[in-house]
Design a protein around this ligand. Sequence first.
Ligand code: J2J
Length: 539
Amino acid sequence: MIPLQQTWPEAFATRYREKGYWRGETFTSFLRARAGEWPDRLAVVGGERRWSFAELEARAETTARGLLALGLRPGDRVVVQLPNIAEFLSVVFGLFRARLVPVYALPAHRSVEIIHFARSAEARGYIVADRHDGFDYRPLAQEVQREVPAVAHVVVVGEGGPFTALDTLPDGSAIELPLDADPSEAAFLQISGGSTGLSKLIPRTHDDYIYSFRASAEICGLTPESVYLAALPVAHNFPMSSPGVFGALYAGARVVLAPSPSPEAAFPLIAREGVTITGLVPPLALLWLQAAPSTAHDLSSLRVLQVGGAKFLTESARRVKPVLGCTLQQVFGMAEGLVNYTRLDDPEEVIVSTQGRPISPDDEVLILDDEGLPVREGEAGHLLTRGPYTIRAYHNNDGANARAFTPDGFYRTGDVVKRTPEGYLVVQGRASDHINRAGEKISAEEIEEHLLGHPNVFDAAVVSLPDDFLGERSCAFIIAQGDKPKAAALKAWMRTRGLADFKVPDQIVFVDGFETTAVGKVSRKELRASLRRRFLAQA
Ligand code: J2J
């Protein structure tokens, strides 16, 4: 199979190498280096598992051999849908070792999403946990295999049931492992937030991704003494790479995997493992701020709380230091690349009121008006970016690529931002029609398509509404036909569609009709905006 690539023009690639951003390292080579330097140092803590760097590497190699012995071939794509368990890391490092290409799905994804990922990545494998959060992934895997027969191999962490369990992969000791990857190849496919329609696949190379988490680890002050808590689902780009589990392991720090980001699950782990840094989305940060004053657990080891994925309001941000006694770091990033951080030693006012500045001196940032011209310094505009770890193209998606990238390779983020005189970005909102529900991005269009599949739905428009807790919640305006369904019944029906639960509309409002202009038609975008405006004006 031909390796997946990214397409930086040669002159850019040369510059990024010359400047030392791209160093020719791979996932396999950096793990080997850490296991060589610090074989016995504790690397991963998850549930009962406590693995050293050497053990993580050995487990990755056994997994690599077993997966190849099972019949997967170097270059094959493998959808990985695992919760925050130690095996997440041994499996993905195993995939890298075997030159297999992970496609990262979230534990919350269901058949609609997994089938889409499997098809668009042309996956031949699927790795799941047996159960997590009361959900059994094995029937889901059976459904995925029925719909996408090319997914020939399913591996289960835990009880295999009808499938092969990770523990009982065939013996691969005689397998010859492939040579290590070319660092300019795509190492994996990450999932986009999906602003229009279904999620797009994001190929990230060893070179670019390792640069992003190596530099992130430095910005976040990670040392071998640091302890990083992965509280958010680790398949998310934020806890994976900003600096996330990979940045932590790169720095020789310890990774602790929390089964849930709730204070009940996370606080005892912070106390027991001496966690020094973790990352949360704003609604969880609020929960932590609420729970911390009365907890019996000692949280004093925590030095840095990162908050990102959605806007953290300044007034909430101000409470982090007094309540938790640690430094807040705002993180504004995207799976496509660009990540901004407030720096740990920034003045408090910068930390609480901005979303940080880019990782790299070579991150190019444009802020443009609707006509595509630069705004005056300090004014709000559309954020476009290119740089040493921002993709130039999605996987196999000419339509999306034409929309999302300018001819000279800038990625249109869809975000509207301002820049302070010091070069810090302040997120104002966004131009695209997605809902940022507690950091989970939901495409309005995708949900409308599903609603239109209901026999009693004539038309539907999905918008975001402000929400005290979630930041934004989703609201579906619906014109019914025939027997008007009950809102609860419609939500229950959405749940049977095989969609991730977070995509089921939080609120349903029935309306008699949608406004149309004199010409007869308005764009979906204008329609959503006007419904939202009218609803908020009445509320
Ligand atoms: C406002 N909006 C934000 C913030 C992301 C680190 C951190 C987050 C992500 C992420 C990530 C925001 N304030 N602080 O990948 O490495 C919104 C923007 C952005 C979109 C990207 C990382 N932080 N956002 O959230 O790919 O709209 O990545 O374009 O999931 O989240 O979403 P995603």
